[in-house]
Design a protein around this ligand. Structure first.
Ligand SMILES: [Fe+2]
Length: 418
């Protein structure tokens, strides 16, 4: 028989569709009708039984999970009915679990198809089943099969064609699973490759960023060191500018700075505060740039008026430095370096701890260096005289702890900054 005449016969064939999903129901109906079959569409087993009573179909395609009456129960009723049992039943389901299939076979289902299935496979399966049933020997004996699955025994009766078809179905599912697994494996490999690429890109970006950050850090460090050098050079230039007016005190500010640092270290002060004291020591007499050179350089005892002019140098120093943003109170230390604890100092006559500790340290260092240095109006004092001055005025003119730290320096013969 030719294919065209075979299709003409199939056009008259009635297929019963039992499917609760509206989408699936419509899809099945459209595919089958488009290919020449007559379709009765129902939505559960109970509706399907009513339709069969009116018009017996050549093939039943039924879903399993449905309301009112599911596919298993519907199939069982059909297969137990002597008049209906020869109608082939395909269970169309999402399930491909062996237990569900065994349950379907127990209910007498002839074939299974998993959802979603494509149009080509559906039509091929329908044509094959219709042909198999048409060609089947009447009263073909069924083989009773005992199936053990999951520790449970199932009794199933199957015809030879049915066994072959179901084996084929199992084989198709295995192939599909294998195909899915291979696809998943390929996706995973592609994803891994993509991931490796991304990791390489991220690593490269990270390395580039780290290199750039290191370069910026080094540049910042270089600029910071350069700035610190410029600052030191500026401070020294300022200090030497003031000493140029008074050659007799050359090196005085440098020595005061070193001695003050030694005292501060002995007192256990923080390194940053010591650095501030060093800068203040270097600049403490900067106000002398405003004092006439003839007064600064004149030998002999100063007249009161001259001395009062000289006494203005802390204020001049403050005025010069007050607008400079040092990280330490340099202008305040400079204006206070001739203040004394008992209020007898100048220019403000401050008392006790109203005088900054840093200024009390510079004051002692200044007195010591001035006494041991030669001046136009007097010779340099012996160290004994200097020590006596400190001891006599310890806690009176000069800070007690500062004097002790200074005396300790002389004891250790180490008055230099590290
Ligand atoms: Fe001074």
């Amino acid at each position: 028989m030719g294919e065209s005449s075979s299709r003409l016969e199939e056009k008259k064939i009635n297929i019963l569709v039992v499917e609760d999903s509206e989408t699936q129901n419509v899809w099945l109906r459209q595919i089958l009708e488009k290919n020449g079959y007559q379709v009765s569409a129902t939505y559960n087993g109970k509706e399907a039984l009513a339709v069969i009573a009116e018009n017996e179909p050549a093939l039943i395609i039924s879903d399993i999970l449905m309301p009112v009456m599911d596919g298993y129960e519907f199939c069982k009723i059909v297969k137990m009915d002597r008049n209906l049992k020869d109608i082939p039943v395909i269970l169309l389901t999402l399930l491909d679990n062996p237990k569900d299939i065994i349950k379907g076979l127990e209910c007498g289902a002839d074939y299974f198809m998993t959802k979603p299935c494509d149009e080509k496979n559906l039509l091929a399966r329908v044509q094959h089943i219709l042909k198999s049933f048409r060609d089947r020997e009447p009263e073909e004996s069924l083989a009773a099969v005992e199936v053990f699955h999951g520790g449970q025994k199932y009794n199933i009766s199957l015809g030879s064609q049915q066994i072959i078809d179901n084996l084929l179905f199992a084989y198709e599912i295995a192939i599909q699973r294998n195909r899915d697994l291979r696809k998943a494996q390929e996706d995973l490999r592609a994803f891994t490759e993509h991931l490796e690429e991304k990791v390489k890109e991220e690593m490269a970006a990270f390395v580039a960023e780290s290199t750039e950050r290191k370069r910026v850090d080094e540049e910042l460090q270089f600029n910071l060191e350069k700035l610190q050098r410029t600052f030191q050079e500026t401070v020294h230039a300022l200090a030497s500018a003031s000493e140029k007016r008074d050659p007799h005190t050359a090196g005085h500010q440098q020595r005061v700075a070193e001695l003050a640092c030694g005292i501060a270290k002995n007192m256990g002060l923080h390194a940053d505060q010591i650095e501030g004291i060093r800068v203040a020591g270097l600049l403490h007499d900067i106000g002398k740039v405003s004092i006439p050179a003839e007064i600064l350089n004149r030998p002999g005892t100063l007249a009161d008026i001259e001395f009062s002019i000289i006494k203005n140098h802390p204020q001049h120093g403050f005025d010069i430095l007050k607008t400079i943003e040092f990280p330490w109170p340099i202008a305040q230390i400079v204006i206070q370096h001739h203040e004394r604890l008992d209020g007898s100092g100048y220019p403000l006559g401050l008392l006790g701890d109203r005088i900054l500790l840093d200024a009390r340290i510079v004051a002692v260092a200044d007195v010591v260096d001035a006494m041991i240095s030669h001046r136009p109006y007097r010779p340099a004092c012996d160290l004994d005289v200097v020590l006596a001055e400190l001891n006599d005025n310890r806690g009176v003119l000069y800070d007690l702890e500062v004097v002790d730290a200074c005396l300790k320096l002389f004891e250790n013969k180490n008055s230099r900054c590290a």
